[in-house]
Design a protein around this ligand. Structure first.
Ligand code: SF4
Ligand code: SF4
Ligand code: SF4
Ligand code: FES
Length: 846
């Protein structure tokens, strides 16, 4: 593309033809104020005037309908002077040209800019912007007695209009804002609209059209200003809004605001659903791919983070759905069911081989083939390493195979997904137990470059009460394993299961399938405290399991050497004030349940026998092995991960651990780890599905469940997979919250940060004040008030840690000022500078 040369504020600039002056200035680091301009959007003057808009219930009819809004809507903050031209020009729409000489800060430019700002603020509450006490203001009481409707919004201190106003300087003759009592509504999901704060920049209208291709919002022209609202209906739902939040993202005032208490989308952290997924899967990426019918792409996105999407689709407890923003409209997106759908659809229909990098010549042994070991094997294998997987059981899978009943995870799904191990050339060594004789560490001498121990937490805890060794008393995991192996179990008609977790629920449901007619589940916890997943408890109850919450075992009763029942005492409290397990009982309230069998499922612990020969092992709660951050524990080249280092956890957490440790081991043996392996939707061109309003407003698609009476007779699957049509409808419900993060950030007025170096120190006076330190991404990591700024900053210069920039301000009341700035930071970020939140950080800072 042709380039042009121009001068802005005396600086020679070369840039491509076709750009605007403001773009050229931005690229050269010269700031020109702006409000209606946004780097991703067409000019405001191109918006077409609507006939009518709705601000909630208020219908507003416009003047001169159908025409473009025109230059009247320009904010005019971006005016600049071009040498030789009589009139100032809008730098956001004026193209660069050869030999242009532009001035951004002449007296006339500044005068007109201030005039334009005054005009904007005349229609916008702004008393707080000029208040001396604005920084650190609590926002609850106003000591200046300014009426609420004249004060600024909750964005004070971080709103774009406020920052631009501060940069330009609000003229003293700016009219006091006269409240207009316009519509303010909280009736829509996810965000609020307050038209008293709207300055008519029309970014919201333009971004909606650009990002969603929709005309949810529009503007009319009336009384010499733009009025924004929905084009149809009173609420956003009626107006076809997809609640992506793009308009909130670009709104320079608080007119459109995310509601408090809703999982927030922040530019510098993952989306709520992704952040809550232990494996960090790009959820909107795969959901969008499914909505667009691109199942293979969806599967690739999932596989870059979890190798066994099918398994996870069947058994994940989907914490992502707990924070899905769609819940604010109706119900969360069925993220987990969609994963299962796509795994079933693609794995069954397409057996494309897994990519494996070229052979590294490195050998890794993995001991334990549960979800952590399998995941590590998958990723280490795909990185080109030779992986040998050892397990004491006859078949791989660990808890997946022996601890999860077939009605949740059918064996054919497990075996189908484990087929990938063959493709990656992973060698399996089953029925291989390590102990003090057959030592894990001896594998090192067999040519392995690294060892990973992932032996889980699979030893059931026994109940330390009288008669617990009677015939008819089973331990949870051993019971589930025997049932899986079709061993004969004579349970009798009446069975009691002790425990409130998922293993307890599965033991109860398995007992029913093995012929028990009356199954009682007894747990210390109250119903609400039970750790089992609510949907699994509901399934058990559908099948007739009777739950007895807040009861603890007192003793087993016996008859002729066999269990005959259990005596229970009332449990009055399970956890103490600190949340530690400390059950308390009322021994005066006792009951007895008759039973021919009792299954004890009160938790699992780690069996470290295979590592007993290793000296000085450090053990934590539940006998878990303590490891360093890099999963090592003192033996060179040996790592440990999964449940054995933190106690029983979910499958997805175990899988996430497997990926992390694979990355570390690959680097340890000389590879580059998994850094480049993430496949995200950002790199893939996925068309946005064409979704009608009715499709978007569909309620969550439910997987069909087998009839409780029918399913009790066998181990067949309880829940069916979504059909293709259901999955596409479900995927189309996603709000695509990532869209707003793809919007280019606006250029804000320059900050006054200085590099943390010797030269900059000279500008710092030897007096009281407050300084802020920033890291290389210009994120504040510390705010400190001090009696001597230069002295304190010098000590930081000697030992800067990750501080790269700083800002100082003189203030004899430095403690107060420090608190104000921290308060401001907390309001903006919801955490302390540097991501701190612990008591230590607070002590340090306050
Ligand atoms: S949330 Fe998205 S779809 Fe709704 S009005 Fe804003 S930009 Fe348009
Ligand atoms: S609602 Fe916000 S983005 Fe939309 S016109 Fe008003 S100020 Fe601009
Ligand atoms: S709506 Fe979609 S992107 Fe937003 S939180 Fe839910 S799944 Fe994630
Ligand atoms: S930024 Fe150019 S007219 Fe508003």
């Amino acid at each position: 593309m042709a380039t042009v040369k121009l001068t802005i504020d005396g600086q020679s600039i070369e840039c491509s033809a076709g750009r605007t002056i403001i773009e050229a200035a931005d690229a050269a680091g010269i700031y020109i104020p702006r409000i209606c301009h946004h780097p991703d959007l067409s000019p405001v003057s191109e918006v077409t005037r609507a006939d009518v808009v709705y601000q909630a219930e208020t219908r507003i009819v416009g003047e001169n309908r159908g025409a473009n809004i025109g230059k009247e809507a320009h904010c005019n903050l971006c005016l600049v002077e071009i040498e030789g031209q009589p009139e100032l020009v809008n730098s956001c729409i004026t193209l660069v040209d050869d030999e242009l000489i532009v001035q951004t800060d002449t007296k006339e430019v500044i005068r007109r800019r201030k005039e334009a700002l005054s005009k904007l603020l005349a229609d916008h509450p702004h008393a707080c912007l000029t208040c001396d006490q604005r920084e650190g203001c609590s926002r609850t009481d106003c000591s200046a007695n300014v009426p609420v409707e004249e004060r600024c919004c909750v964005l004070l201190g971080r709103c774009e209009l406020g920052k631009v106003s501060e940069y330009i300087g609000i003229p003293n003759d700016t009219h006091r804002y006269i409240p207009q009592q316009l519509t303010s509504t909280e009736n829509d999901p996810l965000f609020t609209r307050d038209y008293n704060l709207c300055i008519g920049c029309l970014r919201c209208i333009r971004v909606c059209r650009k990002v969603q291709g929709l005309d949810v919002l529009g503007a009319i022209w009336k009384n010499n200003r733009a009025w924004v609202g929905t084009l149809t209906g009173a609420g956003l739902k009626e107006a076809q809004c997809r609640f992506c939040g793009a308009c909130v993202e670009v709104c320079p005032t608080g007119a459109l605001l995310d509601k408090e208490g809703v999982p927030a989308v922040r530019r510098d952290s993952p989306l709520p659903c992704v952040a809550n997924c232990p494996a960090g899967i790009d959820i909107p990426g795969y959901v969008r791919s499914i909505a667009a019918g691109r199942n293979r792409v969806a599967l690739d996105i999932i596989r870059s983070r979890v190798p066994f999407p099918g398994i996870l689709g069947y058994v994940c407890f989907h914490p992502c759905e707990d924070v899905c923003r769609r819940s604010e409209i109706d119900q969360p997106v069925a993220i987990c069911d969609l994963k299962r759908y796509v795994a079933d659809a693609v794995v069954n229909a397409d057996s494309r081989p897994i990519n494996r990098k070229s052979d590294t010549g490195k050998k890794v042994a993995i001991i334990g083939s549960g979800p952590t070991g399998l995941t590590a094997a998958y990723y280490l294998g795909s990185l080109g390493n030779q992986v040998s997987l050892f397990d004491q059981e006859h078949r791989p899978g660990g808890m997946l195979r022996y601890g999860i009943p077939d009605y949740r995870l059918p064996p054919e799904i497990l075996d189908g997904e484990l087929g990938v191990l063959d493709t990656l050339g992973i060698s399996l060594h089953m029925d291989h137990r390590f102990d003090s004789e057959n030592r894990i560490s001896e594998l090192k001498s067999q040519g392995f470059d690294a060892l990973l121990v992932t032996i889980g937490a699979s030893v059931s805890k026994a109940l330390p009460i009288e008669n617990s060794d009677l015939d008819g008393v089973y331990l949870g995991l051993e019971f589930l394993k025997s049932a899986k192996l079709s061993q004969e179990l004579l349970l009798g008609d009446q069975v009691v299961v002790i425990g409130g977790g998922n293993v307890a629920v599965d033991a109860a449901m398995t007992a029913i399938r093995l012929g028990a007619r009356f199954v009682h589940l007894v747990c210390l916890e109250s119903r609400d405290e039970m750790p089992a997943y609510s949907w699994e408890i509901a399934q058990a109850e559908e099948e007739g399991v009777e739950i007895h919450p807040s009861w603890g075992p007192r003793k087993f009763t016996s008859s002729r050497g066999r269990i005959s029942g259990i005596e229970l005492k009332r449990c009055t409290r399970v956890f103490d004030e600190q949340g530690d397990f400390d059950p308390q009982y009322d021994e005066s309230e006792i009951k007895h349940i008759s039973a021919q069998s009792v299954i004890v499922t009160i938790g699992q612990q780690v069996d470290l026998e295979p590592l007993n020969h290793v000296k000085n092992l450090s053990r934590g709660p539940g006998a878990a092995l303590n490891v360093d951050k890099d999963f090592s524990f003192g033996l060179e080249g040996v790592f440990a991960a999964g449940d054995m280092i933190r106690g029983p956890s979910s499958v997805v957490e175990a899988i996430a651990d497997g990926r992390r440790v694979a990355d570390i081991i690959d680097r340890y043996i000389g590879g580059n780890g998994l850094a480049d392996s993430d496949q995200t939707s950002a790199e893939i061109d996925i068309p946005t599905a064409d979704v009608s309003r009715d499709q978007f407003l569909q309620h969550r698609q439910q997987c069909r469940s087998a009839d409780p009476e029918e399913r009790k007779s066998g181990f067949g699957l309880i829940q069916q997979t979504l059909s293709e049509q259901e999955a596409m409808l479900e995927a189309q419900r996603c709000l695509q919250c990532h869209l707003r993060r793809q919007i280019t950030p606006v250029v804000l007025p320059p900050e006054r940060w200085l590099p943390l170096n010797e030269e900059a120190m000279d500008s710092v006076p030897d007096v009281e004040g407050v300084f802020q330190l920033l890291n290389d991404e210009k994120r504040i990591i510390r705010i400190t008030g001090t009696p001597n700024m230069r002295q304190d900053l010098r000590s930081w210069l000697e030992n800067p840690g990750n501080a790269k920039w700083f800002l100082w301000e003189e203030d004899p009341m430095y403690t107060k000022r420090e608190s104000e700035l921290i308060q401001q930071y907390l309001q903006e970020h919801g955490e302390l500078p540097g991501g701190g939140g612990s008591d230590d950080d607070l002590d340090d800072l306050f």
